[in-house]
Design a protein around this ligand. Structure first.
Ligand code: SF4
Length: 349
C-alpha cells in the first residue's frame, strides 16, 4: 500500500530513538504513555527513567506508598495520573496475579487508561492492530485527508480510528503507530515544511492551501479563576504543612494551610484580618504580623490559580494541629510531594 510504504520509509530515515521504543514490556510502555499524556518528551524522558528505576516492576509500584509515588511525580502536574497508576498497579497485583493484561479490553479496564493509551500498550507490547490517535496523529491525518471534524471528541476518535484501521500494518502495528506519531511530531508539525514532505502530492490541506486550518479544534471553556491565600507559618525552623485530602486538584500533595476565596481580596487589611481569624480558629494562635509574598499565577488546564503567600513567625508552638497537618523542617519538606506552585515558592524563599 502506497501510504504504508511511504510512511515506513520516512520512519526508517527519521524515526526517533526513545527509551521506551523497541521494548515489549507492557509495564514500561504504560508508564511512558501515562507520563507523556500531558508532558513533552524532553521533560518526560527523565521522569520515565527515574520512575522505572525506582519501581522496576508493576509489583514494586503496587507496593510503594502513595507519598513515594507522588514525590517522584512532582513537577509533572496532573497528579491524578500518578494516583491512577498506583491504583492500577495494585489492581494488577491483587486481581490479575501481578500479570499485566494482554488484551485491548483488559488494558482498558485499568484506572486512568483510555482508548489512546490502551491502543499504544496493545500495539507496542502485544502487536495488536489498534491505531494510536494522539494530537500529532490528528494533525497529520486531518490534513492529509482534509477532515474537518473537531478533534478531541469521541466521534472524532471513532472517525479517525475507522480510517486508520484500514491503513494499519497488521504485521507490525507497533512500527506503524510509532511511524505515525513521529511523522506528526517531526514532519507534519503545527507549521510544517511541506516542500520536504513525502505526502505533499496527495495532502488535501497542502493542495488546497489550508494547512494551518487543520486540525479543527473544539471550542474550549475559559479556565476558572481561583484565589489561594497560603499561610506560611514558621516555628523554630519548622513550617506547618497540610495534606490536601479533598476531591480536588492536588489531592495527596502537601501545601501550607490554605484560605481560599471565590474572588480576589484587594484590601490588604481585609486579607490580614481574615488570615488572623483563620489562624486563630484553626490553630488557636494569637494574631500575627504577616509579610506578603509577590502574587503568583499558576495556570492549569481548567483553572487559573492566583496565589499569595502570607508569611509569619509564630511566637509559640501551635496549640492545635488538625489531623492532616504537621510541623516539618526543611529536610522533611523536601521529601514531601508538593505542587509545582508550592515548589516554586519554596525555592524562591
Ligand atoms: S504536506 Fe504538509 S500538511 Fe500535508 S502531510 Fe505533509 S507536512 Fe503535513
Amino acid at each position: 500500500m502506497a501510504f504504508l510504504s511511504t510512511l515506513e520509509s520516512w520512519f526508517d530515515e527519521h524515526g526517533r530513538t526513545l527509551p521506551w521504543r523497541g521494548i515489549d514490556d507492557p509495564y514500561r510502555i504504560w508508564i511512558s504513555e501515562i507520563i507523556l499524556q500531558q508532558t513533552r518528551i524532553e521533560q518526560g524522558r527523565d521522569y520515565y527513567l527515574r520512575f522505572v528505576d525506582a519501581f522496576p516492576t508493576v509489583t514494586a509500584l503496587a507496593n510503594a506508598s502513595e507519598e513515594q509515588v507522588l514525590r517522584l511525580w512532582q513537577g509533572l502536574g496532573y497528579y491524578s495520573r500518578a494516583r491512577n497508576l498506583h491504583a492500577a498497579a495494585q489492581y494488577i497485583k491483587d486481581e490479575c496475579n501481578g500479570v499485566f493484561p494482554s488484551s485491548y479490553n483488559g488494558i482498558l479496564q485499568l484506572k486512568g487508561v483510555g482508548r489512546y493509551t490502551a491502543a499504544a500498550i496493545a500495539s507496542f507490547a502485544f502487536r495488536l492492530p489498534h491505531p494510536v490517535i494522539d494530537g500529532n496523529v490528528y494533525r497529520f491525518i486531518s490534513r492529509l485527508r482534509g477532515i474537518a471534524t473537531p478533534i478531541g471528541t469521541d466521534s472524532a476518535y471513532n472517525e479517525f480510528e475507522a480510517l486508520l484501521l484500514k491503513l494499519i500494518d497488521h504485521d507490525r502495528p507497533d512500527r506503524f503507530n510509532a511511524a505515525l506519531m513521529d511523522f506528526g511530531a517531526l514532519q507534519c508539525t503545527p507549521h510544517p515544511d511541506c516542500t520536504a514532505c513525502p505526502f505533499a502530492g496527495e495532502c488535501a490541506a497542502y493542495l488546497t492551501d489550508r494547512v494551518e486550518s487543520f486540525p479543527v479544534k473544539a471550542l474550549k471553556a475559559k479556565p476558572k479563576d481561583r484565589w489561594f491565600y497560603y499561610l506560611d507559618l514558621r516555628w523554630q525552623g519548622k513550617r506547618i504543612m497540610q495534606l490536601r485530602t479533598n476531591k480536588d486538584i492536588w489531592r495527596g500533595l502537601w501545601e501550607f494551610p490554605l484560605l481560599e476565596t471565590d474572588h480576589e481580596i484587594t484590601d490588604i487589611d481585609e486579607l490580614t484580618a481574615r488570615a488572623h481569624r483563620f489562624v486563630e480558629e484553626t490553630f488557636d494562635i494569637p494574631p500575627l504580623p504577616f509579610h506578603l509574598s509577590h502574587p503568583y499565577i499558576h495556570q492549569l488546564t481548567h483553572r487559573t490559580i492566583h496565589a499569595l503567600f502570607l508569611q509569619a513567625d509564630l511566637l509559640d508552638k501551635p496549640a492545635v494541629l488538625p489531623e492532616n497537618a504537621r510541623l516539618a523542617d526543611a529536610g522533611e519538606i523536601k521529601k514531601l510531594p508538593v505542587s509545582r506552585l508550592i515548589d516554586k515558592y519554596l525555592q524562591e524563599v
